[in-house]
Design a protein around this ligand. Structure first.
Ligand SMILES: C[S@@+](CC[C@H](N)C(=O)[O-])C[C@H]1O[C@@H](n2cnc3c(N)ncnc32)[C@H](O)[C@@H]1O
Length: 222
């Protein structure tokens, strides 16, 4: 049954926090999130066609373009303000922006890199499952998918991590209308989509994860 407007969840909108986003991040976690985003950049230097989902203000795209002089980037985001910042920061004809729901975007033929930094946590489990299948299906064999995200580690850090992530969800829910309240299991989604994790780096007592996944499952990076 169709939802009436009062029942429908408010659409997520990051426009309002696009400008202060970077300073909010630096003010809370300093350089940790950017280090998490760029950790696997050395493995992306041969990529030629990247799809970057929900890159926000474009700090990862700008760094990717700076380090890889041949890559072309499709950047997909629902926030016009974030995409405007991304275009300004990237200043490159190699970037095409798409103001779209990530789930509605069909990857370009030849896509050999997908990047989702602190983005999958904006989606429900069902959305991540569907997105992983769709996007992984568009990756060339050997194509890479880099993920940065929060996680709840095992052990004593589980409780402060739950508190911290829960607080982040409440703040972002208030500021952007985000209705997701728990981290989806992207590992299960990417594995089910046929990808293999080939690189892993944890920070902040296991609360931050950088992961590199590959479409054909051969080999393991150390
Ligand atoms: C938490 S921010 C992360 C930004 C950046 N990737 C980072 O590393 O900080 C999430 C970004 O995803 C975008 N976004 C949220 N839901 C989306 C969706 N369903 N489709 C496309 N973009 C979305 C937001 O507009 C925002 O720019």
């Amino acid at each position: 049954m169709a939802k009436t407007p009062s029942e429908a969840p408010r659409p997520v909108n990051f426009d309002r926090i696009a400008r202060p986003y970077r300073w909010l991040e630096y003010g809370t976690l300093g350089p940790l999130l950017q280090r998490t985003r760029v950790y696997f950049l050395p493995q992306m230097l041969d990529c030629r066609q990247a799809l970057v989902l929900g890159d926000g203000d474009g700090r990862f795209v700008a760094e990717l373009l700076r380090r890889n002089e041949r890559v072309r980037v499709d950047a997909v985001d629902t926030s016009g303000a974030m995409l405007a910042l991304l275009e300004r920061r990237a200043r490159s004809e190699r970037v095409t922006t798409h103001r779209l729901q990530a789930m509605d975007y069909v990857p370009e033929a030849g896509t050999d890199l997908v990047a989702t930094h602190f983005f999958l946590d904006c989606l429900t489990q069902a959305e991540v499952d569907a997105l992983a299948l769709r996007v992984a299906g568009g990756l060339v064999p050997g194509g890479l998918w880099v993920v940065s995200d929060f996680r709840i580690p095992a052990g004593v850090m589980r409780w402060p991590a739950r508190f911290y992530v829960g607080m982040l969800y409440r703040v972002f829910g208030f500021l952007t209308g985000l209705h997701v309240r728990r981290l989806p299991d992207h590992v299960a989604a990417l594995t089910a989509a046929g990808l293999t994790r080939i690189g892993l780096r944890r920070r902040l007592f296991g609360v931050l994860t950088s992961e590199l996944w590959r479409a054909d499952g051969n080999g393991v990076l150390q």
